[in-house]
Unconditional design. Structure first.
Length: 180
C-alpha cells in the first residue's frame, strides 16, 4: 500500500475525486479526510491510501508521497520524511516555497521544459503525458523519460492528470496506454 498525503484547502474536493478516478484502474483507493471515509469494494486489494488534510500533519516511517493542491500555504505545519517525494504544480509558488522549506524532493507538473511531467498533447478524451527526465520510484527503480498516451471518458483537469500519473510512476505502476 502506498500512503499519499494530499495537502491543501478543503473546498477543493474535485481534485481528490479526479485523482481517485485516475488511480482506480490500477489499484483500489481508501480515501480519508477530516469527516469522510471512502472505502473501496471488499474484494479489492488496497493499493493507495489517500489522506486528505487542510491543516498540518506528521508522517513517520515508511515511504509515501505528498501531493500539494494548487492552493496551499507556504507556512504549513507539515512534518514529512525526506523519503516522501512531493508532487506540485510548477505554477504554485507557495507550494514550491513550502517544498524548499521542507527540503523534500519535488516532482513538478506543468507545461514548461523544466517540469518533471508535462503534457505533449491533450484533447477532450485523451492526452499524452511526457516524463521529461528519468524518475526514481519508491522501490528505487528508474522510469525512463518518455511519452505515455492516456485515454479518459470524462474530462479531467491537467494538474490532476499529471499528478495522478506521477503517483503511478512513483509507486512503480506502468502507465503506458492507460485508460481512466
Amino acid at each position: 500500500m502506498v500512503p499519499i498525503i494530499v495537502y491543501g484547502k478543503p473546498d477543493d474536493n474535485r481534485f481528490v475525486r479526479e485523482l481517485t478516478r485516475i488511480l482506480s484502474p490500477l489499484g483500489s483507493c481508501l480515501h480519508l479526510e477530516k469527516n469522510h471515509l471512502l472505502i473501496p469494494s471488499e474484494k479489492a486489494q488496497l493499493t493507495f491510501l489517500l489522506y486528505e488534510t487542510p491543516v498540518g500533519c506528521t508522517a513517520e516511517g515508511g515511504k509515501g508521497i505528498l501531493i500539494l493542491k494548487q492552493d496551499v500555504s507556504p507556512l504549513a505545519r507539515l512534518s514529512i520524511p525526506l523519503n516522501y517525494p512531493a508532487i506540485v504544480d510548477s505554477g504554485c509558488e507557495n507550494g514550491l516555497k513550502l517544498l524548499q522549506r521542507l527540503k523534500l524532493p519535488a516532482v513538478t507538473c506543468g507545461l514548461s521544459l523544466r517540469d518533471t511531467l508535462s503534457l505533449s498533447s491533450i484533447s477532450e478524451n485523451s492526452a499524452c503525458i511526457c516524463l521529461q527526465r528519468d524518475l526514481e520510484n519508491l522501490q528505487g527503480q528508474i522510469s525512463e523519460a518518455g511519452e505515455f498516451p492516456v485515454s479518459f471518458g470524462k474530462p479531467v483537469s491537467q494538474y490532476a492528470l499529471m499528478a495522478g500519473c506521477a503517483v503511478l510512476l512513483l509507486s512503480g505502476s506502468r502507465i503506458y496506454e492507460m485508460t481512466i
